[in-house]
Design a protein. Structure first.
Length: 191
């Protein structure tokens, strides 16, 4: 291999690396308003506060704070069917104003369907989820629930690797939500 061919390959490698880095930077910038800094509305007075899964400590704390401020009296919590966060094992579920249920499927689509069965059309509902999930939650709940929902981000610490994962996951999940549409609400009323 002659010197000129080595120089050409090195230039090509630098250009390719620069192109990849530029593409990643563009994706990162485009994702900032979608996943890192979604709209954060002021919680209005509501009929219900809905914590969608998993019911992490920051989500429960935010729900309790909103309730104590008089935003809503009732709390609905989406819980997995078993484990430490299930309705049987999560102490928060034992409060008189809290209803804990497992959506079917245990996904955002299932949570929207569960809300559809739980809340009346026209009810105002505050939905709490973690920051990268806000816009997809707003999309699915806007499409699949008759209740008027306001999705509020909950500040949960995410590492850089979790942010990168969420960029990819939330983007793919948006496509899935667009293709699959809404889940069927459960046949039994939850009230």
């Amino acid at each position: 291999m002659d010197d000129e061919s080595i120089i050409r390959r090195a230039r090509w490698a630098r250009r390719a690396a620069l192109g990849i880095l530029s593409a990643l930077a563009l994706v990162g910038l485009v994702g900032l308003p979608l996943y890192v800094f979604p709209p954060t509305p002021t919680p209005p007075k509501a009929d219900l506060i809905y914590v969608i899964g998993p019911p992490t400590a920051p989500r429960i704390a935010d729900a309790e704070s909103l309730r104590e401020r008089g935003v809503a009296d009732e709390v609905l919590v989406s819980v997995p069917p078993s484990g430490a966060d299930s309705a049987d094992d999560l102490a928060y579920c034992w409060r008189s104003y809290v209803t804990c249920r497992t959506p079917d499927p245990f996904t955002t689509r299932g949570e929207a369907a569960m809300l559809e069965a739980y809340a009346a059309a026209g009810d105002d509902v505050i939905v709490l989820t973690y920051t990268p999930h806000v816009l997809r939650t707003s999309y699915i709940f806007g499409l699949c629930a008759d209740a008027a929902t306001t999705v509020i981000p909950v500040d949960e610490h995410l590492t850089l690797s979790r942010w990168i994962y969420n960029y990819a996951y939330q983007t793919a999940a948006f496509v899935k939500a667009w293709i699959l549409g809404c889940a069927e609400p459960p046949a039994d009323a939850l009230t």
